[in-house]
Design a protein around this ligand. Structure first.
Ligand code: GAL
Length: 326
């Protein structure tokens, strides 16, 4: 009898092992629920990726709880309370371990920029080699988005805890959707959309959701139009110098719903380590009435060898092998 119990236990363990292995992500499946290594949906929206010492770290808005439309809202500023910035780690970009909430909201101080009632969006982390600090930049705002500031937090470890320092308007101008890019010489640049983006007359002219990358000595910026949580067309721009002139190249997306960015909005472009000319374009697929369930659309960027033309073709399922083919 005892032997039978032992055998049964071994069988259960074996099944358990099989189960865990089956959960390993082998493919990127844009728009589908993407689970972390514990089997929970990844919760890191408007995110950015840092590569540090052999590990990728994904930081994003940790959107927990009910989505509400404030009663005084004059436009669709659906929101969840600020809970903080989550951090996930990965070696292969497919399987992400939840490292916890790296920057936590401050519920005890109603005057804090990161009090739950405020807005914290699009966190991006860079490593400062001089100070050996991990530096997080983020969009800080009042609930009606009139504050328009950039906030900064620092940590000694990539997984945090991050300490919030302050928010301000860089060069005295409004800063909303933002990203940070570190050039090869170690200089970091913050890109933000200062426009009063919700004024009708700017629609079609202003850009936001910037994601910057460098390829072949040129700087590229992927961005979206300004339609709040709703999708619009992506646009790619190129410059020889990071401070411009930037030349618009047009919409790089191809395939079904390309003109709506596949229902996504740009947030980051990841240079894939160990592969040449391999970049992943990361988009959020916002679910404005249930922001926590917003999904991710990660797609490979294809760079034509002859012309250097960059496209982002739709793939329902893909993995990093796609880069070997070109
Ligand atoms: C979008 C922006 C998001 C968020 C949203 C609020 O335009 O890209 O990050 O700010 O508006 O409606």
């Amino acid at each position: 009898m005892l032997r039978r119990i032992v055998i049964a236990a071994v069988a259960v363990c074996a099944l358990g092992t099989v189960h865990i292995q089956a959960q390993k992500n082998e493919f990127f499946r844009p728009k589908e629920v993407w689970n972390d290594t514990e089997g929970n949906p990844i919760n890191a929206h408007g995110g950015g990726i840092l590569y540090h010492k052999g590990t990728y770290y994904w930081y994003g808005e940790y959107k927990v709880g009910k989505t509400v439309l404030p009663s005084d809202a004059t436009w669709e500023r659906y929101r969840t309370d600020v809970t903080g910035v989550s951090c996930y780690s990965s070696k292969d970009l497919l399987n992400w371990k939840f490292e916890g909430v790296a920057l936590k909201a401050i519920p005890d101080d109603p005057n804090s920029d990161i009090h739950p009632t405020q807005v914290l969006e699009r966190p991006k982390v860079v490593y400062n080699k001089k100070t050996k600090k991990f530096v997080m930049w983020m969009h800080i705002d009042s609930p009606d988005y009139s504050k328009a500031e950039a906030g900064v937090a620092i940590a000694d470890s990539p997984t945090g805890p991050f300490k919030y320092l302050d928010g301000f308007r860089p060069n005295g101008t409004m800063s909303r959707d933002q990203t940070v890019f570190v050039d090869d010489d170690g200089t970091a640049y913050q890109f933000s959309s200062p426009e009063e983006k919700y004024v009708r007359r700017f629609v079609g002219m202003a850009r936001e959701a910037p994601a910057v990358f460098k390829h072949g000595n040129k700087y590229y910026m992927l961005s979206s139009g300004c339609t709040g949580w709703d999708p619009n067309s992506a646009e790619l721009a190129v410059a020889d110098s990071i401070m411009g002139e930037w030349t618009v190249l047009g919409d790089p997306c191809t395939g079904p719903d390309a003109e709506k960015t596949f229902y996504g909005q740009s947030t980051f472009v990841i240079p894939v380590q160990g592969k040449k000319n391999a970049f992943i374009a990361c988009f959020d697929m916002w679910k404005k009435k249930d922001l926590q369930d917003s999904r991710y659309i990660w797609l490979p960027m294809m760079i034509d060898k002859q012309t250097n033309k960059i496209t982002i073709p739709w793939h329902a399922e893909w993995n990093l092998d796609v880069f070997k083919k070109k």
